[in-house]
Design a protein around this ligand. Sequence first.
Ligand SMILES: Nc1ncnc2c1ncn2[C@@H]1O[C@H](COP(=O)(O)OP(=O)(O)OP(=O)(O)O)[C@@H](O)[C@H]1O
Ligand SMILES: [Mg+2]
Length: 331
Amino acid sequence: MFNNSIDAVLLADPGGGVYAANPEACRIFERTEDELCQSGIDCIIDTTDPSYYAVLKEWNRTGKFKGELTLKRKNGAIFTGEISSAIFKDKNGHYKTSIFIRDITERKQLEKEMARLDRLNLVGEMAAGIGHEIRNPMTTVRGFLQMLEGKQDCSKYKKYFNLMISELDRTNTIITEFLSLAKNKTVELKPQNINHIIQALFPLIEADGMITDKNIEIETSEVPDIALNEKEIRQLILNLVRNGFEAMSPGGKLTIKTFRDGDEVVFAVQDQGGGIKTDILDKIGTPFLTTKDYGTGLGLAVCFSIASRHNATINFETSLCGTTFFVRFKM
Ligand SMILES: Nc1ncnc2c1ncn2[C@@H]1O[C@H](COP(=O)(O)OP(=O)(O)OP(=O)(O)O)[C@@H](O)[C@H]1O
Ligand SMILES: [Mg+2]
């Protein structure tokens, strides 16, 4: 039972020394049983976790603990573990501690993802509620501005009228993007090939890149048709491509890839920019999160929303040498 348990199991003394560790414990802590026995419990617990002292207190009071703690692997990487531990008396009458640990990193990630989707849906619902109400009066204002702009009396203010109209159009675009975050938005999906959508978009992407002197490389490989909404996928591609362009200095290269990975079709956009800023890493996809002077911070939120309507997932790899966004569609 000890050796085959899917949970990590440690046998320890109440002072923190370790007597035995099963294979799963060695796997999650990336240490051999000997190493764990030598260094004891202290080397696997992140003592900077604020809840650690509360746990210790409860442990001293009751001899038991059940809950979550931040743990450390050998290379210093931290992860959340679900722990249940209790003191017992062995057959010789000595006090021992059994510690069962489950690595719940994946569950935590899923919870985070669900919370992000909930936030997105809430924003989307609010947007849907007020979006239409704002648009109608805006259309009226825009109509009058356009009418006045054409009048002889107003000709010396033409520049201002144009500015007002383009600002209104910009607001309208933001509202449109915002509305697309709505949870209950339904789109029609049709089996088609993502490579064809990329081909059709290429002239637009190329022109976009040319303005700021960025190079584009397309590395598509044969992939099966998947259920897509063309309009939404175009939007998703453009948002990711534009972020890639914006992240790079002139001369940088953006690579657009498609490939098959197991039962998934993957679309990837790789740039040679400076990477995503670390302070926003775990908030990526939150509406209105932007580090750009003229950004709205809706591009990625819209991408996540489109991906969820396609039952696809988005993840990314980022470093100081660049960022790659992967969109994974189920076949
Ligand atoms: N490829 C990338 N490289 C580096 N940082 C990125 C990349 N993509 C996104 N980011 C970061 O994530 C933030 C949010 O991106 P998002 O596309 O949602 O908004 P934005 O680009 O700022 O504005 P917009 O609404 O115009 O797209 C960006 O401001 C940027 O800091
Ligand atoms: Mg963007």
